[in-house]
Design a protein around this ligand. Structure first.
Ligand SMILES: [Zn+2]
Length: 309
């Protein structure tokens, strides 16, 4: 069996899946993303596509449990690749299964194991993120990609509508370097050319890449944002951004695509929401007990349990 034109062998599959289309020009692709729908086997013209422009006023607040992040600490010897359209970070081949980062809760059924993370960024900081909030871009967006462990492998998970859970984290620029991003950024000079890969010498801590507040986020069903745009992603977009310095972002902008051009503006434009509902998990709603001293503790705790906090 084949998927995305890749044969079904784990590590090879993973590399193939994310290296797809590097033969053709990503800069031309991003210049004309509407043509993605015309590719054979493509879902890019579907009605549940990502990213979207999130309008907070038209989201539906929902009681969703908090996320739990497991093994989200120190990962040694991660692999970083320039795949021609982004920098991808994958787990080292020898990582024991019981050390693989995974997430539960957050309204997901079961557990979703980390498979890779990557970023989208602009040629300058006026644009770069894939998701928009009130039609506003952030300079970059980090995607932490997880697959549903009930399907056994990433390859099999990509065949199902609840196969992937991607966490989207907005990056905004601040004056100081973000120390937690240093292991991801410091060796970018080793993967400037398309298909370069290297092993990170510093330990990566996923939990330090997360926003300060992970208890408020948007949730909707969508797709991969690169061809074939499979509609298999449960999206989580945190509304609290993370700060990274302009100097750190510049290192991403110095990567090159297959044509040797600067790899920038590797974001897909916002897609139609169609009849989808975007849910919002509000953290303040779950902290209502502190703001309502009239409530007895037992009533407050029952009420919070009722709304899923
Ligand atoms: Zn992405």
């Amino acid at each position: 069996t084949k998927n995305n034109g890749c044969s079904y062998k784990d590590y090879q599959f993973l590399k193939c899946f994310f290296f797809l289309i590097t033969a053709s020009s990503w800069s031309k692709w991003y210049a004309n993303p509407n043509s993605w729908a015309d590719l054979s086997g493509s879902s890019c013209g579907g009605n549940q596509q990502s990213p979207i422009d999130i309008q907070p006023r038209s989201t539906v607040t929902k009681a969703i449990p908090k996320f739990a992040f497991h093994n989200y600490g120190n990962i040694d010897k991660m692999i970083m690749m320039n795949n021609g359209h982004t920098a991808v970070y994958i787990l080292p081949g020898g990582l024991p299964k019981n050390r693989v980062p995974y997430i539960t809760g957050g309204g997901l059924n079961g557990s979703y194991a980390f498979i890779q993370c990557h970023l989208h960024w602009g040629g300058d900081s006026t644009k770069g993120s894939e998701h928009l909030i009130k039609s506003k871009s952030y300079p970059a967006e980090l995607h932490l990609v997880h697959y549903n462990t009930k399907y056994g492998s990433f390859a099999d998970a990509t065949m199902h509508s609840d196969g992937l859970a991607v966490l989207g984290i907005f990056l905004q620029t601040g004056s100081d370097d973000n120390e937690s991003f240093k292991p991801l950024v410091d060796q970018l000079g080793e993967v400037v050319t398309d298909h370069d890969e290297t092993t990170l010498t510093n330990i990566v801590s996923f939990k330090d890449l997360l926003p300060k507040q992970t208890t408020s986020f948007y949730r909707y069903n969508g797709s991969l944002t690169t061809p074939n745009c499979q509609q298999i992603v449960i999206w989580t977009v945190f509304d609290t951004p993370v700060e990274i310095s302009e100097r750190q972002l510049k290192k991403y902008r110095q990567l090159e695509n297959a044509e040797g051009e600067h790899l920038v503006n590797n974001f897909r434009p916002a897609q139609k929401e169609n009849d989808r509902v975007v849910f919002y998990r509000s953290s303040t709603r779950c902290e209502i007990s502190q703001s309502l001293p009239i409530m007895s503790y037992s009533f407050a705790s029952q009420f919070l349990a009722f709304i899923g906090c």
